[in-house]
Design a protein around this ligand. Structure first.
Ligand SMILES: [Zn+2]
Ligand SMILES: [Zn+2]
Length: 678
């Protein structure tokens, strides 16, 4: 009998002929022992006539992914100890691969279950998948776990890890496995085996030491590879989400390949919590959401409203400077308008339901576009009038399911800094360049250094899903491309991601924690000009349809404000801060001088608050500091005599004494230049 050989293709294209049964670990070792030690699992892509590309959108639900057999032609992860029996492409997955993190986290869930059974042998096991930020395991035990138990379990997990037990893959006939689970009263395991396997199947197990779990894998080679693990929470949940069922104990945790990564993870969580705009919104008294009024509706308090005023003033001034006309339009309109625009069809589910009045049904507006079109259409237009650029900070209302709202980020009522540009095809490129300039100005002015740009285009092979002529799509897509190229901005083209009515550019800003936020959009529309039969008289005396561009730069004022709060952790730059200067008279005999200073600062256009309470100086300074006030001026006898102020800045603390006139000149210039400095 001859030994069969198989061909294993490595990522660099080299092909290794090896005996069938060779494992990925053997291959790793033959390349270098260091690579073998660094590898976690292997990624196999079967070599077949029609290798199907993995579809990134087609994510399996966590449960099925754990137990069910996957698509046999898609790349899959396997244990380093899995014998290879057919020709395959092979990639060794090291700790740097994001998918490796999921493997170590799921392996940590096995370690958790091992520890729980050693400490509390009466416990029944549910399942323990990896999640985006860690893992959990569901347990059933008559006596619920306590936080003290969690400490014991974590210590036991450390022992299991120190034992460095190999994860060994094993299989058993389904009927035998079911009989064993039923005998032991493992009702959850019985459920999973019944649900995800069929009679005649073999059931896949992983063992480490005496512990075994029903699971498809893959796993890290041994428990010792779970190097940094922490249990994070204990929660109750009903089995299968049904309150008639027994209550389970879900233990959450997270795992990383190093203590350093684990520590960085918790430091980041702490930082995120500190920056949460809902928390800061309360602390700094910026906004609220009122139960009595309903979820997703924002109440701007005086300090938040002041920041909003500064944002909006800046935006309106810039619009005027850049050739836009400002308009205001109503919050509601007859259903007839939404029928003409088409919103009544494809967008109806996102709208508030109609209000019945004596002359017909009305709906809150989900978008401003049809209103701006009506203004355009109110008088005949010729090529000499174009481009028409109409801008509005328009309030729109969209239906979000109750329970899905999130602070300022996901709401039912918000304000778009919306504009619509109506132009001739020949004007497209210049208009798009101007939009990009404007978007850049917004992001830079509000303190974002980095952004990413995506260009969404159509899929010409899917012609019937798009409105507008081929020529228009060509023109608009090229207009967007050329504009980005002219600006020298790097961008990613995403074919097939355009809306049915036109291609678009999205700007995603990168905040101080490296998070991406989708805010500004420049979007073409071939649909609405046709539906509203928009036209202009061209140079040729004939009627033509204008090209329409929607663009929003803040996106939503509410959402942008939420992002600003988190980006700055509430410590706004001077020009945005609701109170720019806090005044602290040391004692009552300095009140008159403090009031005189207050007057002068206000006359210079600065926003000032004076603390005349009968409190200790340090207490007053602390209160202003807690409000993240950029400047605090302290006045005692010395300052009063010299016509000066003792200046403290938010970032640098005590800066010593400064003549008042100098301070005013400095603060004014920082505000005027929208500086980030103090
Ligand atoms: Zn497993
Ligand atoms: Zn629009």
């Amino acid at each position: 009998m001859s030994i069969q050989t198989i061909a294993v293709t490595l990522p660099d294209g080299t092909i290794r002929e090896v005996p069938s049964g060779t494992t990925p670990l053997d291959i790793a070792n033959s390349i270098s022992p260091r690579l073998a030690a660094a590898s976690v699992v292997a990624r196999l892509t079967p070599v077949t006539e029609t290798t199907k590309e993995a579809n990134p959108h087609d994510e399996e639900p966590a449960e099925a992914a754990m137990y069910a057999a996957g698509d046999s032609t898609a790349p899959r992860l396997v244990d380093l100890s899995t014998p290879l029996t057919a020709d395959t492409k092979l990639e060794l997955v090291t700790e740097k691969d994001p998918e490796a993190l999921k493997v170590v986290r799921h392996s940590a869930a096995h370690v958790l279950a091992t520890a729980v059974l050693e400490l509390f042998p009466e416990t029944k096991l549910g399942h323990g998948p990896a999640t985006d930020s860690g893992f959990f395991y569901d347990f059933y035990r008559e006596k619920p776990f306590t936080p003290e138990d969690l400490v014991l379990i974590e210590a036991k997990m450390a022992e299991v890890i120190a034992r460095d037990e190999k994860f060994v893959h094993d299989a058993e006939p389904r009927e035998q496995a079911l009989a064993e689970f039923e005998r032991d009263g493992d009702f959850m395991k019985t459920h999973f085996v019944t649900k995800f396997t069929v009679p005649g199947d073999e059931v896949s197990f992983y063992r480490n030491g005496k512990f075994a779990d029903f699971c498809r894998g893959p796993h890290v080679p041994s428990t010792g590879r779970v190097k940094a693990v922490k249990l994070t929470a204990l929660a109750g949940a009903y089995w299968l989400g049904d309150e008639k069922n027994p209550q389970l104990q879900r233990i959450h945790g997270t795992a990383f390949f190093s203590k350093k990564d684990l520590d960085a993870h918790f430091a980041r969580l702490e930082e995120l919590a500190k920056r949460d705009h809902r928390l800061l919104g309360k602390q700094l008294d910026l906004f609220s959401i009122q139960e009595l009024a309903g979820p997703g509706l924002i109440f701007w308090h005086p300090k938040g409203a002041l920041i909003r005023k500064v944002m909006e003033d800046w935006m309106r001034e810039e619009c005027l400077r850049r050739g836009y006309s400002l308009v205001f339009t109503p919050h509601v309109a007859k259903v007839n308008l939404w029928q003409t625009s088409g919103h009544e069809g494809f967008y109806a589910a996102n709208m508030f339901t109609p209000m019945e009045l004596d002359d017909g049904n009305y709906r809150m507006k989900p978008m401003n576009c049809p209103f701006h079109i009506l203004i355009y259409k109110n008088s005949p237009k010729s090529y000499r009038d174009l481009p028409v650029r109409l801008a509005e900070l328009g309030n729109v209302y969209r239906y979000e399911r109750s329970g899905t709202m999130h602070g300022l980020l996901r709401v039912r009522g918000f304000t778009q800094d919306d504009a619509h540009i109506f132009c001739m095809p020949s004007q497209i490129e210049d208009e798009v360049v101007a939009c990009i300039d404007f978007a850049e100005a917004v992001l830079k002015t509000f303190g974002f250094k980095e952004f990413k740009v995506e260009l969404s285009t159509w899929d010409p092979n899917d012609r019937e899903h798009y409105a507008g002529s081929d020529a228009n799509w060509e023109l608009a897509s090229n207009g967007l491309k050329h504009a980005l190229d002219r600006k020298g901005i790097p961008y990613k083209v995403i074919p097939g991601e355009a809306a049915f009515y036109g291609p678009k550019i999205d700007f995603k800003l990168v905040d101080v924690l490296g998070r991406l936020w989708q805010l500004s959009t420049v979007q073409f529309d071939f649909n609405l000009p046709a539906r509203f039969e928009m036209e202009y008289v061209g140079e040729d005396g004939e009627k033509h349809q204008p090209v329409m561009v929607h663009r929003a730069l803040f996106g939503s004022v509410e959402r942008f404000f939420g992002v600003l709060i988190e980006h700055y952790a509430g410590a706004f730059p001077l020009w945005l801060a609701p109170v720019q200067v806090g005044l602290v008279p040391i004692s009552e005999r300095h009140h008159d001088y403090a009031r005189k200073v207050e007057k002068e600062l206000k006359a210079a256009g600065l926003r000032v608050e004076i603390d005349e309470r009968n409190e200790k100086m340090n207490g007053k300074i602390r209160d202003f500091a807690n409000q993240k006030t950029p400047y605090i001026l302290v006045f005692g006898d010395k300052e009063q005599e010299a016509g000066a102020a003792s200046v403290r800045t938010r970032a640098k603390g005590d800066q010593g004494s400064m003549p008042l006139a100098d301070f005013i000149a400095k603060a004014k210039s920082l505000v005027e230049t929208q500086s980030m400095e103090l």
